[in-house]
Design a protein around this ligand. Sequence first.
Ligand code: OOG
Ligand code: MG
Length: 257
Amino acid sequence: MSELTPGERLAAQLDEAARRGEVTSQPSQGAPLSVADAYAVQELAVARRLNRGERLVGVKMGFTSRQKMAQMGVDEVIWGRLTSAMLVPEGDLIAPDHYIHPRVEPEVAFLIGRDVPAGAPPETITSAVTAVAPALEIIDSRYADFRFTLADVVADNASAAGFVLGAWRAVPPSLDCLGVLLEVDGRTVEVGATASILGDPWRSLVAAARLTGRAGMPLRAGWVVLAGGATAAVPLRPGAQVRAVIESLGSASVAVA
Ligand code: OOG
Ligand code: MG
């Protein structure tokens, strides 16, 4: 077998864990892992997906709200890569055995209408957005009990596992003050506001453009950007019907088999 670099070995370990739906050990418990190295592992792990025919379809932001930072004990904004295989069409039944311990959270999604050059000013970034939608993100840490350091979760592609998009709609005049509900089986289980996403989801979009641009992966036309959970995430249980409702934007829903 050809020699793998330490980064390639970690990428293979994380990719296999996600593929099999099995937990794996946190890289930080082996050798020390810097956040920069963790992003390199993320890129290598996602490259394995792309080699299997998945396509890059966007990026997800993480820990953009205090609710999520507090729930997970991490207080720095991170990002991960979304691939075509993660998109769950609204109305599809999710097979729970595909995941380890999935959770779901309500998010705002942006549709990027044209390429955003790295280093573009905020006006160029925001004007590239052609539509917004309510969304649900399915996260599924590949680590036991959803416990990790910042570098561990970055290497694990920010726990990305799936996402559901509601209907796209025209960009509203403002996005910073909309109520957010997360419903399970028709009952409201989490309540929040888009203001908790860095004060305004547009800030999360600008951060996404900056961070991905710096990483040599600037936002591309057709991509989706998930701005980050506006509430804590809740477990996605078999048989559940889940819906995210965002004031003025509508809803996104999914059912688990
Ligand atoms: C990491 C993913 C964070 C968000 O919206 O803040 C995230 C995790 O919570 O496991 O997706
Ligand atoms: Mg999220």
